[in-house]
Design a protein around this ligand. Sequence first.
Ligand SMILES: [Zn+2]
Length: 151
Amino acid sequence: MSQSRRCPYCNSSFLPSAYRPQQSVCGRAECQRQRRSDYHRKKLATDPEYFQVVRDSQKQWWDEHPDYQKQHRQRNPKLVESNRLRQRQRDQKRRVELLVRNNLALDLKHSASEVWLMGPKVRDLDRNNLASAQVLILPSLGHSSEDRGPS
Ligand SMILES: [Zn+2]
């Protein structure tokens, strides 16, 4: 008889399969997907041979498809544009995080679970998935230059 266990990913309890008594992750597709990708990541980090095999097969694929990226971009001009946009947003987010680290580290510790976006660039930032980053920004109040970095 098997005892119920708790899935480390979704935190729900489950009964291990009769065929896999060692099962430590529940059967949900999402949890299994995470289990596999964690395994892959850990294996890459700890097993040089595995790492080499993965890298070789990726390299081989790219060697056999030298025009893939170029063609992919030509077929998907919108994708190129959206990648560019996303890169810009990442840069912006990095800048914001730097600001936050420099100015607001103390306050953030007390309110890590809340997000307040304020100031003239909020609309940009909002679109930029910053909500999940949980950042508090207070851009220069009463100053006209908006890019005044931390001094
Ligand atoms: Zn689960």
